[in-house]
Design a protein around this ligand. Structure first.
Ligand code: FAD
Length: 382
């Protein structure tokens, strides 16, 4: 499905912004509170997003994408996230897996999987983390052993987004265990195959509409053609697409923070204490100003990293800075939004209470912020 924006438009970014912003305001935000409360998967919203062409938008048109750049993707992620970050998170997950397939898949794999993923016919999962291997991916134990007809996969994955419902997973496994991270490969695994079982849906602090759970593999038969990219290069391939993933999470975090700022601006101009709107107090004004400054800085870092990726400049540090800074801003500034709401901000049903909970995970997934700082320092010191 092509993005419903004419590609020859003079202001394609402006139009993408306006279309996504309106969709998020009209079709996502009004449902966010209920989706959070019930931890429901928003299938209807995702169906509308496929109609608008919002999934896999950087994928080439040949495979059903819109063929736009990472900058456009970052705009979409921020706007969706202002509606509800769990919705943006699904868009980010699809983008991550489509990027992996686009960069490393065979012609057959791309032609078979990309259109089905973009149209949401196939739900996907990105499977790295294990009980003993979170930040240290080289510690994974899931192993694929060669058989006469392909591979046999055994192991387990933890906290996998879409784990309870996905049709296919891209799974990182050891293929030459003695070689550590140089002996890992990626397989496209049918999650309805014999030998795959799923753990229950986890109950999470935030982004509760995304469905996260464990996956277990017990001698799962993997056909030869399910190997994605080069044998034993899986670790590097998984890590390479995470740069784009971090731009996406950075943009998502900016969207959460911006939603918090907008809620705080509105509330501060209606709530009265001491005979005045609380926005008349300099203490509140300075909080709002600080929020706006930090969010603008975070957005600038996200856009810079996106443009660097689009220009194929080395962007490792820039992507980590964008993710780390924007997620720290989201947590800090949604806390400020709660503060501006006073007691109301602590009560369920107020948007800022949810935003504060939703923001926290952005400092943890796709590489914790400690790991981002380590990546940035490594780039500085090399
Ligand atoms: C809601 C949710 C969704 C997720 N979705 C997915 C998914 O779809 N696919 C997937 O594969 N994974 C997913 N994850 C897993 C996520 O990526 C990991 O939780 C994350 O990478 C951190 O790993 P960990 O939780 O094991 O923490 P650990 O690695 O155990 O870290 C614990 C603490 O130690 C710190 N730490 C670790 N090593 C260092 C170091 N060298 N220097 C300084 N500090 C360090 C960390 O920053 C953290 O503060 C998800 C997790 C959650 C909660």
């Amino acid at each position: 499905m092509l993005l419903q924006i004419p590609k020859n438009s003079l202001d394609i970014y402006g139009q993408i912004h306006d279309m996504t912003s309106e969709f998020a305001r009209e079709e996502i935000r009004p449902h966010a509170e209920k989706l959070d409360r019930d931890a429901d998967f928003p299938s209807n919203i995702f169906k509308q997003m496929t109609d608008l062409g919002l999934f896999g938008i950087t994928v080439s048109e040949e495979y059903g994408g819109a063929g736009v750049d990472c900058y456009a993707y970052s705009i979409i992620m921020e706007e969706l996230s202002k509606g509800y970050s769990a919705v943006a998170d699904q868009c980010g997950l699809v983008e991550l897996i489509c990027t992996l397939l686009s960069h490393y898949g065979t012609q057959e794999q791309k032609a078979h999987y990309l259109p089905k993923i973009i149209s949401f016919e196939l739900l996907v999962a990105y499977c790295i983390t294990e009980a003993e291997a979170g930040s240290d991916v080289s510690g994974i134990k899931t192993t694929a052993v060669r058989t006469k007809t392909g591979w046999s996969l055994t192991g387990s994955k933890l906290w996998i987004n879409n784990g309870p419902i996905a049709d296919i997973g891209v799974v990182l496994a050891r293929t030459e265990p003695e070689k550590g991270h140089r002996g890992m490969s990626i397989f496209i695994v049918d999650l309805n195959a014999k030998g795959v079982t799923r753990g229950p849906k986890e109950h999470k602090m935030g982004q509760r509409a995304s469905q996260v759970g464990a996956l277990f593999f017990d001698n799962v038969h993997i056909p030869e053609e399910a190997l994605l990219g080069d044998l034993n290069r899986g670790f590097y391939m998984m890590m390479s697409v995470l740069e784009r993933g971090r731009v996406g999470i950075g943009a998502l975090a900016v969207g959460i923070a911006q939603a918090g700022l907008e809620a705080a601006l509105e509330y501060s101009q209606t709530r009265k204490q001491f005979g005045s709107h609380i926005s008349d107090f300099q203490g509140i004004q300075w909080m709002l100003a600080q929020m706006a400054m930090e969010i603008s800085a975070a957005r600038a870092l996200v856009h810079k990293a996106a443009v660097m990726l689009d220009n194929q400049s080395p962007a490792t540090a820039a992507c980590s800075m964008a993710k780390c800074f924007a997620s720290d801003v989201a947590v800090r500034q949604t806390a400020e939004a709660v503060q501006i709401f006073g007691g109301s901000g602590y009560i369920q049903g107020y948007e800022v209470e949810r935003l504060y909970r939703d923001a926290k995970i952005t400092q943890i997934y796709e590489g914790t912020n400690q790991i981002q700082r380590t990546i940035i320092a490594r780039q500085l010191l090399k």
